[in-house]
Design a binder for this molecule. Structure first.
Ligand code: ADP
Ligand code: ASP
Ligand code: MG
Length: 461
């Protein structure tokens, strides 16, 4: 069995949902009944978060206008996709009820002037709930019997709202109970990605872009033969196409390379997607729902080495560098522990770390707790903060195998003011931090020299 996940742009309107239906029906002809995971229609999660933010500012009217716009968009899509029938009336009713419930939730939050991570999750989950009902009805109407199963009854998570952690064993048991029998009976099950619930049934979400993660969790729990991530590009590209002109699709990639690229900013894949697939050795494919005939990218444990020296590049903007200079010797026992305790205290994750004898430099993406972090660190060290930095991460198995490649990549960046350089023990990535203004040029330089076929003459050893 195959798990097929369709992102926001792949369910954004009736034409996209018709394309999805053709892709699912074709897969059913090849590998049998698939399980389908869908994101909210593109833009809906942002609009739901905007509605919550409006309520937080006390602007209940704006929140309710936003709900009306979302409700209308779903109704128009349902009317376009489903012919006049009892089923169509039922789905339209169900969606209406769901948007009324969303409006009621937002109203209650406005009255109480209280927005908690828990109530935010309850609102934000509405996007995937609506799209999964709509897609299941559309599939059925277009000739492929399908049924929506509420993902909150399947994906069991911790209560860390906004970034919930899955409980693998309970989720596998629920999949076995609620999804497997329908598949066996020949029904395509449609689940919303990104959303789950605690064991006691309180709605949670997995973090932005989390539908990919849901798909791989369901794939692992169902022991799927393959996990397909259908999106709006031809696969994992050698670099973010919005940053590098001429990025090309990668036919294959290792699990380790895909994890590094996703972790360091390749938005096409949520960083947690790979782990469940690795555990069970399930191949992950990235495919373009606009061009289903394109082979896309296949991610497996040990694909053939690519021709080019580097497999791909990832980048993140708006990075903050924190320099921590020890007032005692850095090697002093317990110093690092004190540093990391501060980041842990404020639940801020760290991306890159470099050290010298007297200082540690750390990059963070999430600046929410920066003032608290700096204050606490200042109790035992001198602290400097630099904003508007970017991180460029070069990834490839060849970095591990070819001594000298990392030095050549750094050599190609000799005109750029690099702030930090890091290569971890696994040596599959080389990460540099530089001022954001230089990112695009640095990416273009490394991409041109190392990500297209062979290295140009004179650059090699
Ligand atoms: P979906 O809604 O299908 O989940 P996303 O917007 O989350 O899609 O991810 C797809 C987008 O990721 C692409 O449109 C592209 O702009 C961006 N992206 C960033 N880095 C890469 C990369 N290395 N390869 C492919 N796409 C990338
Ligand atoms: N809808 C969610 C988001 O926009 C999850 C996803 O699309 O993967 O973040
Ligand atoms: Mg995504």
């Amino acid at each position: 069995m195959v798990v097929m996940k369709f992102g926001g742009t792949s369910v954004k309107d009736p034409d996209a949902i018709r394309r999805l239906a053709r892709i699912v029906t074709r897969e059913q002809g090849i590998s049998g009944v698939p399980v389908v995971v869908v994101s909210a229609m593109s833009g809906i999660t942002d609009q739901l978060l905007d509605a919550v933010a409006a309520v937080e500012r006390g602007d209940a009217d704006l929140a309710s206008q936003k709900v009306t716009v979302m409700r209308d968009r779903h109704r128009v899509a349902a009317e376009a996709l489903l012919g006049p029938s009892v089923e169509r009336d039922e789905v339209i009713d169900l969606l209406e009820r769901q948007w009324r419930e969303t409006a009621a939730l937002l109203h209650a939050m406005a009255v109480l002037r209280e927005v908690s991570p828990r109530s935010r999750d309850a609102v934000v989950a509405m996007g995937e709930l609506a799209s999964s009902h709509l897609v299941a009805a559309a599939l059925t109407a277009l000739g492929t019997p399908a049924r929506c199963v509420d993902a909150r009854e399947v994906l069991v998570t911790s209560a860390d709202h906004g970034l919930a952690q899955p409980d693998l064993a309970s989720t596998a048991a629920r999949l076995h109970e609620r999804v497997r029998p329908l598949v066996t009976a020949g029904t395509v099950v449609v689940l919303g990605g990104f959303i789950g619930a605690t064991a006691s049934g309180v709605t949670t979400t997995l973090g932005r872009g989390g539908s990919d993660y849901s798909a791989s969790l369901f794939g692992a729990g169902l022991r799927a033969a393959e996990i397909q991530i259908w999106t709006d590009v031809d696969g994992m590209l050698t670099a973010d196409p919005r940053v590098v002109h001429g990025a090309r699709p990668l036919p294959s990639l290792s699990f380790a390379e895909a994890s590094e690229l996703a972790y360091f900013g390749a938005k096409v894949l949520h960083p947690s997607t790979i782990a469940p697939a690795v555990a069970d050795g399930i191949p992950v494919k990235i495919l373009n729902s606009h061009r289903p005939e394109v082979p896309g990218t296949t991610i497996t444990a040990a694909p053939p080495l690519p021709e080019a020296p580097l497999t791909g590049l990832a980048c993140k903007r708006d990075i903050t560098v924190i320099d921590i200079r020890s007032t005692m010797m850095l090697a002093a026992y317990g110093f690092m522990r004190r540093v990391f305790e501060v980041f842990e205290r404020y639940r801020t994750s760290v991306d890159v770390i470099t050290t010298s004898e007297v200082s540690v430099s750390i990059t963070i993406e999430d600046r929410r707790a920066i003032d608290d972090i700096v204050r606490d660190l200042s109790a035992f060290a001198e602290v400097g903060v630099e904003t508007e930095m970017a991180l460029l991460c070069a990834v490839g198995e060849r970095l591990r195998l070819e001594p000298g490649l990392a030095a050549r990549v750094l050599g190609a960046l000799d005109e750029f003011p690099l702030r930090m350089v890091s290569q971890a023990g696994a040596r599959r990535n080389l990460t540099v931090v530089l001022p954001q203004a230089h990112l695009q040029a640095a990416m273009a330089r490394v991409h041109e020299r190392f990500c297209l076929e062979a290295e140009p003459a004179g650059v090699g050893a």
